[in-house]
Design a protein around this ligand. Structure first.
Ligand code: MN
Length: 427
């Protein structure tokens, strides 16, 4: 992450904040004021460590971290998830980290973002574990509520890590884990891709790093982690649960309180002058990291139906989760409607989908509105699907998980194309 921070300082706005700020609410208050900048807090009231936020809070920064331009992000993610690269370089934690000690989370500047939050939350922590049955490694990002100096409770959605823990727990065993905080944004992005349970997300990350990624061997658990600022080693206990939440989710609304597993830490490692990475809930960094890796799934599904698809974006205004904008080179009347059906089916959380022609910039919300204003006739171009399964994050969803999906075909009529010609663009 340190190397990438240097790149950011050269080409993007990085604000260094020297006045004393508290991890309790104050940090978040400042983060909200600078949604697209990188912030470095150099004077934290509670700890010696510094905080960085916003290392990947724009599509431009994410594109830079994986070596492409913004419209190329989707293809690059597809390439990496389809071709994971095994990792050969390893070093020991004792050599990589300057400081190793018994856990005390009071030394780590974990912010409390909002008053009603369940407590301080780690938001950029990647949990690494191995499948107790197959040995396949998993790396996934989880929010984690700090319960005490050596205890955390993570939110674990029913995916790979959930399965690993279930498998360990069915034998009354804890699951060894390591938590890496302060890692390269390309590695973070890889941990949020929807690869199969047999694929190691760190090998996807290694593709992003062109096969040159090295890993650090933990001291007290049989696991390897990406190079990071802070490494926590421990286990997810068997048969123990704690209250997790409330916490703000992607939609900037409170998620419910659940009973989630408990992590017991046994060892921590810090780099000298370690920088803690904090991701503000519902900020751009959170939205992009969670939403971007879903765009390739939609792209591929749409491509099966309409091969002339140009771009798929889960827009920031739609929380990078509920709204998709798809651009196509329309070839036959009705293409727009087929795209809507494919996109809504590909990403079950998707609620609204707008389809536009290739002359509309899907990254520009004003351009999308232009297309809806000039190319939509409500009775013909809007598809409404009531009672479809939706996102648990959608505040409008019914208790049974259903919601109403809407598709908007904002493409030109092929037989009247001259009526839709954008004069300023055709000069
Ligand atoms: Mn996995």
């Amino acid at each position: 992450m340190r190397e990438f921070l240097k790149t950011l300082k050269d080409d993007y706005r990085v604000l260094e904040i020297d006045n004393e700020v508290s991890t309790y609410l104050q940090i978040c208050e400042i983060m909200r004021r600078y949604p697209r900048d990188t912030l470095i807090f150099q004077n934290i009231k509670e700890t010696e460590m510094n905080i960085v936020s916003g290392i990947c809070n724009t599509r431009e920064k994410i594109a830079r971290s994986i070596g492409v331009e913004v419209p190329g992000i989707t293809k690059r993610i597809v390439e990496a998830t389809e071709h994971p690269i095994s990792i050969e370089n390893y070093q020991d934690a004792k050599n990589f980290f300057e400081i190793s000690k018994n856990p005390d989370l009071k030394e780590v500047p974990v912010p409390t973002y909002y008053k009603k939050d369940g407590g301080p939350y780690i938001t950029a922590g990647v949990i690494i574990a191995k499948d107790p049955d197959t040995g396949v490694r998993n790396a996934s990002i989880h929010r984690m509520l700090v319960l005490g100096e050596d205890r955390l409770t993570p939110r674990i959605v029913p995916r790979h890590l959930f399965t690993y823990h279930q498998r360990a727990e069915s034998n009354d065993e804890p699951l060894e884990i390591a938590i890496a905080i302060g890692i390269h944004p390309a590695t973070l992005l890889a941990t949020t891709t929807s690869v199969s349970i047999a694929t190691d997300e760190l090998e996807v990350a290694n593709n992003f790093h062109n096969g040159e990624m090295g890993l650090v061997k933990c001291e007290t658990v049989d696991l390897e982690v990406p190079e990071c600022e802070i490494l926590l080693e421990g286990k997810i206990l068997a048969h123990e649960r704690a209250e997790e939440g409330p916490f703000v989710d992607l939609t900037d609304t409170y998620d419910v309180v659940r009973h989630e597993p408990v992590i017991q830490l046994q060892k921590v490692h810090y780099r000298e002058n370690a920088i803690y990475h904090a991701i503000m809930p519902a900020g751009n960094e959170h939205k992009l990291l969670q939403g971007l890796p879903q765009e390739p799934r939609i792209f591929q599904a749409v491509q099966n139906t309409v091969p002339t698809v140009k771009n798929v974006v889960l827009t920031e205004g739609g929380c990078c989760w509920l709204h998709a904008a798809v651009s196509i080179q329309k070839q036959t009347q009705g293409d727009g409607k087929n795209v809507i059906m494919a996109a809504l089916a590909a990403h079950p959380s998707l609620k609204h989908c707008v389809v536009v022609d290739e002359d509309v910039d899907v990254f520009d919300s004003e351009d999308l509105e232009y297309a809806m204003a000039t190319r939509v006739k409500g009775d013909e171009d809007i598809i409404i699907v009531p009672l479809a399964r939706g996102s648990s994050l959608d505040p409008c969803a019914a208790l049974d998980g259903t919601t109403t999906k809407v598709g908007i075909d904002a493409t030109k009529l092929l037989d009247k194309e001259e009526k839709f010609e954008r004069v300023s663009q055709s000069l």
